[in-house]
Design a protein around this ligand. Structure first.
Ligand code: ADP
Ligand code: MG
Length: 374
C-alpha cells in the first residue's frame, strides 16, 4: 500500500495468498457518483451522488426500504452498482470497467445484527480480520482493541454469553481493528435499549475519531443521526433528498418529508395567492408555489407559545396530556379550522377549558408544497 492510495491495498499479497492487512494510517474519501442499483424492476438506488471527506462521519437517514443498506453494500463491494461509480480516495472501486473486491478496499463493515462468529472467542472474533498478520501480532492487536472497548477481561468468552451492548462493542472492535480507511455501520445501535444506545453512541464516536476513519452510519432515528453525524444524508425511495448538517436540515428542510423527520409539526393547507398565503398569524411567503396551488403551512409543535389570554391569538385548551418535562396540548385557536397541537412546558396550571393566548414566531414557519407519501 502506498501513501498516495490509503483507500486501496496495493501491496503484494502475503505468501499464503491472503491480502495483507490494509494498514491505513489516514482516512480516505468515499464518493458515490450517480449510483443506481436495480433489482429486477425495482430501483433500490436512483442516481445517488454523495462525497464524504476523509475523517468525516456521515449518517444515512431514512425510512425502512429507502436504500440505506444497499448503499453500504455498494461501498463495501458486496454488491455492484448497475450504474454510476464508487470511488475511494478518488480511485474507482466500482464502475463500468473496474471492480475492486471487498478485501482490497480497506473498508470495515459492521452488520446490523453484529454477525459475530458463535464458535469463536471474543479474541478470535476480533483477530479474524487480521489473518494476514503473524498470529502473535494479530492477538496483540486484537487484545489492545478489546481493552479499548473495555472487554479485555472477557477475551476468552464466547459471544452468546454477552449482553447486547457487549456484543455491539465486540463487533465494533472487529470492524476497527484492521484500521480500515472507511468504516460502514448498518444500524449499529438498533438492537440496544435507549440508555445503552446513548452510551454506545458516545463511545463509538470517540473510537471513530481516535482511529480517524471515515465513517458512514445508517440509522432510521433522526436524533441518533444528529448526535453522531458531521453531515446527514436523508434518503427517500432510493434518492438523496437533502444533505447537510443537523442545523441545516432542521432550519432549512428542503421538503415536508425532511421537516417531519426532525420535529412534530402542525400541517395546515392554504391556497397561494400572489406568492403568499394568508394565515390567522399573518401573511407568509410561499416561494415556488404557483398561483392558486396548495401550500402547506408547517408550525412546529414545540414552536408555539402558550401565554395568558390577551397575548397573541385567542385560544382555548381542548385537551391536555402531561408528559413530564412537557405537556402535549390541543388548542382551539381563532382562525384555524382544526386544533393546533402544542408541545410545551407552559401547560402547567392550564387545564382543559383554559383560555389562553397563542404566539408563534412566524419567521420560523415552514411553507412547502404538499408531501408525496413516503
Ligand atoms: P433499507 O436498508 O433502507 O431498509 P435496503 O437497501 O435494504 O433498504 O432496500 C432498498 C430496496 O431494495 C427495498 O425495496 C428492498 O426490498 C430492495 N432490495 C434490497 N436488496 C434486495 C435484493 N437482494 N433483491 C431484491 N430486492 C432488494
Ligand atoms: Mg437496512
Amino acid at each position: 500500500m502506498t501513501a498516495s492510495s490509503p483507500g486501496i491495498d496495493n501491496s503484494p499479497p502475503a505468501a499464503n495468498g491472503t491480502p495483507r492487512r490494509a494498514a491505513a494510517t489516514f482516512a480516505a474519501s468515499l464518493a458515490f457518483e450517480n449510483v443506481g442499483r436495480r433489482y429486477g424492476d425495482a430501483l433500490a438506488l436512483d442516481n445517488v451522488s454523495l462525497t464524504i471527506a476523509p475523517g468525516e462521519v456521515v449518517c444515512l437517514l431514512g425510512p425502512s426500504g429507502c436504500g440505506k443498506t444497499t448503499l453500504l453494500r455498494l461501498a463495501a463491494g458486496i454488491e455492484r452498482p448497475t450504474s454510476g461509480r464508487v470511488l475511494i480516495n478518488e480511485q474507482e472501486v466500482a464502475g463500468a470497467s473496474r471492480f475492486v473486491p471487498p478485501e482490497q478496499r480497506s473498508v470495515g463493515l459492521m452488520f446490523q445484527d453484529f454477525a459475530l462468529f458463535p464458535h469463536l472467542t471474543l479474541l478470535q472474533n476480533v483477530a479474524f480480520g487480521l489473518k494476514a498478520l503473524p498470529r502473535k501480532d494479530a492477538e496483540r492487536e486484537a487484545r489492545a482493541m478489546l481493552t479499548r472497548v473495555r472487554l479485555a477481561h472477557m477475551s476468552d468468552a464466547y459471544p452468546h454469553t454477552l449482553s447486547g451492548g457487549q456484543q455491539q462493542r465486540v463487533a465494533l472492535a472487529r470492524a476497527l481493528v484492521p484500521r480500515p480507511a472507511v468504516v460502514l455501520m448498518d444500524e449499529p445501535f438498533s438492537g440496544l435499549d435507549v440508555q445503552l444506545s446513548d452510551n454506545m453512541q458516545e463511545e463509538t464516536l470517540a473510537l471513530l475519531r481516535e482511529t480517524r476513519a471515515t465513517a458512514v452510519i445508517v440509522t432510521h432515528h433522526p436524533e441518533e443521526a444528529m448526535r453522531l453525524a458531521d453531515r446527514i444524508a436523508v434518503l427517500r425511495r432510493g434518492r438523496i433528498v437533502q444533505t447537510g448538517t443537523a442545523e441545516d436540515l432542521y432550519d432549512h428542510p428542503a421538503e415536508l418529508f425532511v421537516a417531519r423527520l426532525f420535529s412534530e409539526i402542525n400541517e395546515i393547507a392554504y391556497r397561494a395567492k400572489g406568492g403568499v398565503i394568508e394565515t390567522p398569524l399573518g401573511r407568509v411567503p410561499a416561494p415556488g408555489i404557483a398561483e392558486g396551488e396548495i401550500a402547506i403551512l408547517g408550525l412546529r409543535e414545540r414552536g408555539i407559545r402558550v401565554r395568558e389570554p390577551g397575548k397573541g391569538l385567542p385560544g382555548r385548551i381542548l385537551h391536555s396530556k402531561f408528559l413530564g418535562d412537557i405537556a402535549l396540548l390541543e388548542v382551539g385557536v381563532q382562525g384555524f379550522d382544526a386544533p393546533l397541537r402544542v408541545r410545551t412546558h407552559e401547560g402547567r396550571g392550564r387545564p382543559k377549558g383554559s383560555e389562553v393566548g397563542i404566539e408563534v414566531d412566524m419567521s420560523r414557519a415552514l411553507v412547502f408544497p404538499p408531501a408525496f407519501e413516503a
